[in-house]
Design a protein around this ligand. Structure first.
Ligand code: HDD
Length: 704
């Protein structure tokens, strides 16, 4: 039943009394249909509540005649259908979301009056939506892309929307550039492709002319943009915000979400193959986890700093292309978010949820970050066209869960029916009508502003390369190789040589070695000239916290292990693997050439979860192969089985094998290494399955 107070509710009680048996209803010469027993189900009606007797046949002049315009039931149904789609989000169109709560574990009372950040133990309900950026709403979940990380807290003092990404910096420094950036990355307008991809000329053309994006480019070319699961990504509020305390004093704050499961990414080749195998991979993964009661959880941490501390940074914290290294201002964990309820209806909730960075609560305020300032306008504006009405806040997923009242009235799709003659304030006529609240109401931090008005970029925003260099140099050797290879791949798709050269020129400021690797990968005979840098590149200390591999956890929690079996597989081994994997917190999926059941050595029948050709090893974090000699020989002739093991090996996964499994690896010409483990030594398999086999990479692919 809908929770909206719209009066739209299923009609209870009026049930067709058809009895338990199927009832065959004659429908003239058009055939017949079966009305099944409907027991206590509500009667199907039109939107006006009219009971419908036949939902299968339109009204016709005679059995073979034309359909009549008179058929208002047909017209209402088709008209509503014709209007089902609303404009998709201009960015972040593809996403998935869930309900949950935020629980505060450490009070920030010294810094803010916001109850959501001061009442320890309080659980604030919330809705979180995680998205890709560039693709349309029907695009795949796993392209190389930034992930949006938007959280709507339904606090006691109104809704607070923290609308961030899984990367702590952004491409541009000023909101006025956003439409150009997005036009450049989206499908090229004359040809309508590529979908959900940055590997094309217009994106890199724009980036090559926008040196401030170089830091973000390092992040997007890292494996951060290839997450294994949305449950395994970080989230960042990016901008500096202000916390304002009871005395009116403000402190700068940056927000960080850190996943309990640790970070985990896929490899590029793996992400590409997942897109083909299951384009809903992330959406399904979140759905499966929540449905199984494995509720994903994140810590909320803050970096707090004063104006004086900010003045001492060697960059401007109001520049969204910069981050504050965790080594400079440590993170303080203040609470946790748990996502524990899947929406009832994807459209009503995940699609219609409307986030606005301007939705803050008393005690939280904005900084002068020019990107944030522009965002404060854009989101409210976009909801008006996307959801079609200034009353979008009345949609249940958007409505505050605290009392709210004002004198705003009317508009499209108004659901409220305010009574009385007063719709203004101040007034003398309605003593119980809503009034301003000086003490507890929202007040902006009283910040001194001086200086000349103008279209100016602050000089303190001029350093575009130092943090890009710090990021690249802080990565370990595997991560650097992946990043360089990602740049080679992306730029290899760019048709115009001058764009490729301009990009490699920028990379020379980041790190000469990176520029050389990319130039070599792109077949350049010499390094292009680096463009002039506005200010000298600083040599910042390395920041290990910027690594992705460093933030991965050696764990199987929340992961999935695929076990390839066949008729004749050893029942004891399969059972032992299942138990050990489950005990380690992961799920087991049984894969076989045929769906249904497989007959094991002890004569028992084991349910098969996935058919081999449709369930490749890219769906799993580790695999085990348990086969009889006969089955191994048969599967050795199956391309899907060979791909299964080759991909598992190529994607650096642990592979547990019995004798048959070993034989299949041999047929696939895989030279075993330390990541291939005899299934008899189960503890070793489990320990190895908790990580990727990074050392293997050099033996399976050439990286830039
Ligand atoms: Fe944005 C959506 C995150 C800059 C304009 N943005 C949107 C969403 C996320 C972000 C997560 C999806 C929300 C949802 O799930 O519904 N955007 C960011 C971050 C930015 C950023 C982290 C930089 C730090 N965005 C940005 C700028 C502008 C916009 C500079 C415009 C000037 N963003 C929008 C938008 C969207 C949006 C067009 C599209 C759909 C929506 O708002 O609701 O208004």
């Amino acid at each position: 039943m809908t929770k909206a107070n719209t009066g739209v509710q299923p009609v209870k009680g009026k049930t067709a009394k058809s009895g338990p048996e199927d009832v065959t209803v004659s429908v003239g010469s058009g055939g017949e249909w079966h009305q099944t027993a409907i027991g206590d189900q509500p009667v199907l009606t039109t939107n006006q509540g009219l009971p419908i007797s036949d939902n299968q046949n339109s009204l016709r002049a005679n059995p073979n005649g034309p359909t009549l315009l008179e058929d208002f039931i047909l017209r209402e149904k088709i008209t509503h259908f014709d209007h089902e789609r609303i404009p998709e989000r201009i960015v972040h169109a593809r996403g998935t979301g869930a309900h949950g709560f935020f629980e505060l574990t450490q009070s920030l009372e010294q810094y803010t009056t916001a109850k959501v950040l001061t009442e320890v133990g309080e659980q604030t309900p919330l809705f979180t939506r995680i998205s890709t950026v560039a693709g349309g709403s029907g695009s795949a979940d796993t392209p190389r892309d930034v992930r949006g990380f938007a959280v709507k807290f339904y606090t006691k003092e109104g809704n607070w929307d923290l609308v961030g990404n899984n990367i702590p910096v952004f491409f541009i420094q000023d909101a006025i550039k956003f439409p150009d950036l997005i036009h450049a990355v989206k499908m090229e307008p004359d040809r309508g492709f590529p979908q959900a991809a940055s590997a094309h000329d217009t994106f890199w053309d724009y980036i090559s002319l926008t040196p401030e994006s170089m830091h973000m480019v390092m992040w997007i070319m890292s494996d951060r943009t290839l997450p294994r699961s949305v449950r395994m990504i970080e989230g960042f509020g990016i901008h500096s915000f202000r916390l304002v305390n009871a005395a009116g004093e403000s402190t700068f704050v940056k927000f960080h979400w850190r996943p309990k499961l640790g970070l985990q990414s896929t490899l590029w080749d793996e992400a590409v193959k997942i897109a083909g195998a299951d384009s809903d991979f992330h959406r399904r993964d979140l759905f499966d986890a929540i449905s199984a009661g494995d509720f994903p959880e994140w810590e909320l941490a803050v970096q707090l700093f004063s104006q004086e501390e900010a003045d001492a940074f060697t960059f401007d914290h109001l520049d969204p292309t910069k981050l504050i290294p965790e080594e400079w201002v440590p993170l303080q964990v203040i609470g946790r978010m748990v996502l524990n309820r899947w929406p009832d209806n994807f459209f009503a909730e995940t699609e219609q949820v409307a986030f606005c960075p301007s939705h803050v609560v008393p005690g939280i305020d904005f900084s002068n970050d020019p990107l944030l300032q522009g965002r404060l306008f854009s989101y409210l504006d976009t909801q008006l066209s996307r959801l079609g009405s200034a009353n979008f806040h009345q949609i249940p997923v958007n409505a505050p869960q605290c009392p709210f009242a004002n004198h705003q009235r009317d508009g499209h799709m108004q659901m409220a029916q305010p009574a009385g003659r007063v719709s203004y304030e101040p007034n003398t006529l309605a003593a119980d009508s809503p009034r301003e609240q000086l003490e507890t109401g929202f007040r902006s931090a009283a910040v001194d502003e001086t200086g000349a008005k103008g279209r100016i970029r602050a000089e303190s925003f001029a350093d575009h390369y130092s943090q890009a260099r710090q990021f690249y140099r802080s990565q370990n050797a595997f991560e650097q190789a992946h990043l360089a290879s990602a740049l080679v791949f992306e730029l290899s798709k760019v048709e115009h040589p001058h764009i490729r050269e301009a990009m490699v020129g920028h990379l020379r400021h980041v790190e000469e070695d990176l520029a050389q690797r990319v130039a070599f990968g792109l077949g350049m005979s010499k390094l292009p000239q680096a463009p002039a840098a506005a200010v000298a590149v600083q040599e910042l200390d390395l920041s290990p916290a910027l690594q992705l591999i460093g933030k991965m956890k050696d764990t199987l929690e929340g992961r999935v292990v695929g076990v390839l079996i066949a008729d004749g597989s050893d029942a004891t081994s399969i059972d032992a693997v299942k138990q050990a994997v489950t005990a380690a917190g992961a799920k087991v999926k049984i894969i076989a050439a045929k769906i249904g059941e497989a007959k094991l050595t002890d004569g028992s029948l084991l349910k098969v979860d996935g058919q081999l050709a449709g369930t490749p090893s890219v769906m799993f974090d580790a695999v085990a192969i348990i086969l009889s000699d006969k089955a191994a020989a048969l599967l050795g002739k199956e391309a899907a089985a060979i791909d299964f093991v080759r991909d598992a090996f190529g994607h650096l996964k642990a592979i547990g094998v019995d004798k048959g499994g070993e034989a299949l690896l041999k047929t696939a010409a895989i030279e075993q290494d330390a990541g291939v483990i005899a299934i008899g030594t189960l503890d070793r398999f489990i320990a190895t399955a908790k990580t990727r086999q990074w050392e293997r990479e050099a033996s399976v692919r050439t990286l830039a």
